[in-house]
Design a binder for this molecule. Structure first.
Ligand code: ADP
Ligand code: ADP
Ligand code: ZN
Length: 227
């Protein structure tokens, strides 16, 4: 299928280490621009919970803070991006994470006549990531993200989006896994910053600022790269 140049769906990539704020910013961009957040982490956690063959293979690797195999992640992403709700555009949160995945994405987009509008690098200090990850929680009702210190639910213990009182912690969000996850990021994912720079689509934002300030910067970047 060829997509008309004027109406082709936007493709945004968020690059950054675990805890940089990709999910937080992706959800805000989703609401602001009518794009769909595709988080391979969320898709993999759903596969693990459902006990699918891919989920069974991914579980132990995820708990240890390693990267799931390219084949599994690419297959999951390809299936999800083909769904109807993605037709206005997507925000890729946590994908690609390796050069193999980036090349697979290039091929997929070439085959549908799409292109990457921007790969936005969220720039943070590694030293701040332990605190971000160890204070993270997620609403079981709607997936909204919270933080014990930086983004506590306004009324103490219920989600301000859906009202659920069930806020969960991820099994892999422990001080023990953070160092390994950051290492995997620097070895396998950070090279994608030069990959997308060479492709002419790299944008960078200072993600050490407060959430709303980062969101403002992200919105400016996104407006400047939309078709
Ligand atoms: P990622 O998806 O990159 O792993 P998240 O969006 O889940 O990161 O953010 C990690 C944690 O840090 C969450 O608890 C989130 O509420 C919090 N957080 C996100 N952005 C910021 C920020 N700019 N300043 C402080 N805390 C943040
Ligand atoms: P974070 O942003 O905190 O690293 P994610 O939810 O994006 O969390 O990912 C959680 C875990 O899922 C990763 O540590 C990794 O095991 C797996 N995962 C997610 N996306 C990918 C990917 N694109 N390639 C390989 N593994 C992935
Ligand atoms: Zn909620």
């Amino acid at each position: 299928m060829s997509v008309d140049v004027m109406t082709r769906p936007a493709v945004l990539i968020l690059l950054g280490p675990p805890g940089a704020g990709k999910g937080t910013q992706a959800r805000m961009l989703q609401d602001k621009f009518g794009l769909v957040q595709l988080s391979t982490g969320d898709l993999l956690r759903a596969a693990v919970a459902a006990g699918t063959p891919a989920g069974k293979q991914a579980k132990a690797v995820m708990e240890a803070g390693g990267l799931v195999s390219d084949d599994i992640v690419i297959a999951i992403l390809n299936d999800r991006i083909a769904e109807q709700d993605c037709r206005n555009g997507v925000i890729l949160d946590g994908f690609p994470r390796t050069t193999v995945q980036a090349k697979a994405l290039d091929e997929l987009l070439a085959s549908t006549g799409q292109r990457i509008n921007a790969a936005i690098s969220l720039q943070v200090d590694d030293s701040a990531m332990v605190e971000r990850i160890s204070g993270r929680s997620t609403c079981a009702g709607c997936g909204e993200g919270y933080h014990d210190t930086f983004k506590p639910p306004k009324d103490g213990n219920s989600c301000q989006k859906c009202g659920s009182t069930e806020l969960t912690r991820r099994a892999d969000d422990t001080a023990e896994t953070v160092a390994g996850r950051l290492e995997a990021y620097h070895a396998q994912t950070a090279p994608l910053i030069s990959y997308y720079d060479a492709a002419g689509v790299l944008q960078s934002v200072d993600a050490m600022a407060e959430i709303d300030q980062v969101a403002g910067e992200m919105a400016t970047v996104v407006k400047s790269v939309m078709n």
